[in-house]
Design a protein around this ligand. Structure first.
Ligand code: ZN
Ligand code: ZN
Length: 304
């Protein structure tokens, strides 16, 4: 498996079915885990997929509809029972506090770790979080309540040193850090050795965009342009377009149109309405517009 992966834990929508679980995903970047949404049943699905609870430090909640956050109380309580001590940060619209503060006060008193909330402005495209390897940005979406998607952008990796060349020019060890970051080497005699002679570029950083729940919204296209993987909700079929419009959701065709217009590398769809027994119809509809569409499913792991 690659070192930047997407785990799909659940890709159903609001009504429970025996076929799908409520929305949750886990982005895994070199063993650091970032959860997106936490529908009911998420912690059980983490067990099923052997996702390590201890590697999770950030949870991103797109909006305060139950199918995206009813799994939080159980998960937070379990993390306490497992003896977690490090802070856990929940990035979410500010309404999260009305929901989670009473839960924490009632069920999570005396937990060995701290839950911190980072309020997201769902109306702006801005940086929410960054660490050494990743930046996460909000993507404003069009839904019935304040909602945003998330853009996970890997930071550029350092260039690889060509050992034979640094040996040849007798580059001192103290220079190596600067050279990995792109600086030229200046010899004690003042000769400039260009960086391109000393390093090989690392692989280009990857990006993943998560867009759920949302009505058809072309304004997100400039934000997600060219991403390596796009998850876009496809709650309905085009024949149920009126229902999609009324509930601020998208059809499979609309998801594919967004992918096509944004020139993304791959599209994965999900958040299926309970009314469709056979998802092949949604898949076919999306593929007619965007052939490289993946039908998201529980337990799926995609490399980004
Ligand atoms: Zn939903
Ligand atoms: Zn919703």
């Amino acid at each position: 498996m690659a070192d930047f992966n997407l785990n799909i834990l659940g890709c159903g929508s609001a009504l429970p079915t025996t076929r799908h679980l409520a929305t949750s995903q886990v982005v895994d970047l070199r063993d650091k885990l970032y959860m997106i949404d936490c529908g009911e049943g998420t912690q059980v699905q983490m067990r099923n997929m052997r996702i390590k609870f201890s590697r999770l430090n950030h949870i991103f909640i797109s909006h305060l509809h139950g199918d995206h956050c009813f799994g939080l109380p159980g998960l937070l309580s379990t993390l306490g029972m497992l003896g977690r001590t490090g802070d856990l940060v929940i990035h979410a619209p500010k309404e999260i506090e009305n929901y989670m503060r009473p839960v924490l006060d009632t069920f999570c008193k005396g937990m060995p770790y701290e839950v911190r909330f980072n309020h997201i402005d769902t109306y702006s495209h801005s940086l929410i979080m960054e660490d050494r390897s990743l930046s996460v940005y909000s993507i404003p979406l069009k839904h019935r309540i304040p909602t945003c998607g998330f853009l996970f952008a890997e930071k550029p990796k350092e260039a690889h040193i060509i050992r034979e060349m640094t040996d040849f020019y007798q580059v001192p060890v103290k220079w190596m850090k600067d050279i990995k970051q792109g600086k030229d080497y200046i010899t004690p005699e003042g000769e400039i050795i260009p960086n391109s002679r000393l390093t090989r570029p690392s692989v280009a950083p990857k990006r993943y965009a998560y867009c759920s729940d949302t009505a058809y919204s072309p304004s997100i296209i400039p934000i997600i342009e060219g991403v390596d993987l796009l998850y876009h909700e496809a709650t309905f079929m085009e024949s149920d377009k009126a229902r999609a419009k009324e509930t601020f959701h998208s059809t499979a065709r609309q998801a594919a149109e967004i992918a096509l217009k944004a020139g993304v590398k791959r599209l994965v769809i999900g958040h299926y309405s309970a009314r469709y027994e056979d998802l092949a119809v949604l898949h076919k509809e999306a593929r007619e517009i965007y052939p490289d569409t993946i039908l998201g499913n529980e337990g799926m792991v995609l490399s980004i």
